[in-house]
Every structure is written in structure tokens, then in C-alpha cells.
Design a protein around this ligand. Structure first.
Ligand code: XBP
Ligand code: MG
Length: 253
């Protein structure tokens, strides 16, 4: 089967948005609302097991802040999250988070090779737009045939819903695509939708289980900055390009 499309996760895959974007925005939102909930990097590492900002706040309250009570928790959490999203977008506008190594290069090479591009993420759509527009320029939003984000689907990752949604929107079979992920929840989601997956880990996910991944790398690499292979078949490639992706996609993984 020929490789025709690449589907990218956003947080942790395209950029280290969790530590330098989302965590900062959650804490600034709590502060602005007069809440004394400051999440450390260590705590956030654990909270990341729950995808979706609103569910993550609720999980935090249930497990780490049981004394907090509110009559209308759903609406209260939704309002915190709304503020957090606006702060996150402002941080992106200020250029707080660059793309990870090799991401921009690979987008350009993939487009030149005629591969179709899409996004499948749990984060809020405004956050994706802000990251892309501020790192690649507004016009880059058009590079992606589908941007599947947030609660357009009933179940967030690790459910496969968001990938299945993107595949349906693209009207393409899963076996013609490759997914790019950084986390255990991400690969579970992509695999459930029938996709082969390439993993690039980060500080939060380098101890995760990635059973079934085609390869696990530290990042996509650049000509001057070779990737490190954590798991996968030996290759002469030192950075991820379209040739490497075609070879990976042809593998049984
Ligand atoms: C991303 C998420 C999101 C972000 C925060 O997971 O779980 O919840 O952490 O964004 P993935 P929101 O990379 O697997 O898609 O606050 O907008 O949910
Ligand atoms: Mg991710």
C-alpha cells in the first residue's frame, strides 16, 4: 500500500506545548481567578495521563484537592478552561513555544512530495491555530486538509475517535497513512483507528510504553542534528524524510 497521508498529533509531537504552554496557562488562569492551585512540573507529568484540559482539572480536584467544593463544578471548570485557552493563545502569539526539530522541514518535504497532511489532537481548536499561525504563518493552516481537534468527537484519546474522524473527513483508508505521536494515549488512539505510528518522545513520555510503534525516536532530526533511535529497525537515515517514512510505512508494524 502506498503512503499517501501523514496525520500529526500536536501537543508534545509538533512542539513541547505541554510544559511551556499548557502548564503555564493553567497556572496563570488559576492565579487570575484567585485560586491557590499551582501545578508543579512533577504534578503535571502525572496529570497528563488524563487527556483534555477540563477532564484534567476535574481529575486534579478529585485526586489532589478533595477539599475544594463548588455547586456547579461543570460550569466552573469550563470557565477556568476558557480563560486558560485565551492565556495559551496569548502565549503562542508571544512565540513562547517553537516547533520541535525537523517538524517544519518535514512538512515542507511532505508537501513537495504530494503527501496529504492532517491533524488529530485532543486540544482545543483555537490552540492548534495559534501554534501553527505563530510558528509557520497563518497560510500554513491551509497545508492541513483536516484539523481534527478537541471535542468534535465524543471520546478523547486514548479512544480512536479523533483519528477515525480525520480519516472519514479525508475519505482515506488508514493503511495509506502514517500517524505521528508522542504519548502512550496517542499511540493507543492511532492504533485503534488502524494507523501505523511513528513516535517522537519528550521529557514527559520517554518512559511510556509504545507497543506496536513503527519506530520510537527522540525527535525527527535534521541534517545537522541526527535523531536517536530508541526502538526500531536499523536505518541509514539520520533524520526523518519522506524516503524514511515510505520505508517505515512498508514495514509490518
Ligand atoms: C493533548 C491534551 C490536551 C492538552 C491541553 O493530548 O491532552 O488536553 O494537554 O489542551 P494529545 P486543552 O497530544 O494526546 O492530543 O486544555 O485544550 O484540552
Ligand atoms: Mg501528544
Amino acid at each position: 500500500m502506498t503512503l499517501e497521508a501523514l496525520i500529526f498529533d500536536v501537543d508534545g509531537t509538533l512542539a513541547n506545548t505541554e510544559r511551556d504552554g499548557h502548564l503555564v496557562a493553567f497556572n496563570l488562569a488559576f492565579k487570575e481567578l484567585g485560586l491557590d492551585w499551582q501545578w508543579s512540573n512533577e504534578l503535571y507529568h502525572e496529570l497528563l495521563n488524563v487527556t483534555g484540559g477540563q477532564l484534567r482539572i476535574k481529575y486534579y480536584l478529585k485526586k489532589y484537592n478533595t477539599e475544594f467544593q463548588h455547586d456547579d463544578l461543570d460550569n466552573f471548570v469550563a470557565s477556568i478552561h476558557k480563560l486558560k485557552t485565551s492565556i495559551y493563545v496569548r502565549l503562542m502569539d508571544e512565540g513562547a513555544v517553537p516547533l520541535r526539530p525537523g517538524v517544519e522541514r518535514l512538512f515542507n518535504e511532505a508537501r513537495a512530495a504530494g503527501l496529504r497532511l492532517a491533524i488529530a489532537t485532543t486540544t482545543t481548536p483555537a490552540n492548534v491555530d495559534a501554534l501553527i499561525a505563530n510558528t509557520l504563518g497563518k497560510e500554513a493552516l491551509d497545508w492541513f486538509e483536516v484539523i481534527g481537534a478537541g471535542d468534535v468527537v465524543p471520546n478523547l484519546k486514548p479512544a480512536g475517535d479523533i483519528y477515525t474522524y480525520v480519516l472519514e473527513q479525508m475519505n482515506i483508508d488508514a493503511n495509506k497513512c502514517l500517524a505521528f505521536e508522542d504519548s502512550h494515549n496517542g499511540i493507543i488512539s492511532a492504533t485503534e483507528a488502524g494507523l501505523k505510528t511513528l513516535i517522537t518522545v519528550n521529557e514527559y513520555t520517554n518512559t511510556h510504553e509504545f507497543e506496536g510503534a513503527c519506530a520510537v525516536l527522540n525527535n525527527l532530526g535534521e541534517a545537522e542534528q541526527p535523531f536517536e533511535m530508541i526502538k526500531g529497525d536499523a536505518t541509514t537515515s539520520t533524520f526523518v524524510d519522506v524516503g524514511y517514512l515510505r520505508a517505515l510505512h512498508a514495514q509490518h508494524c
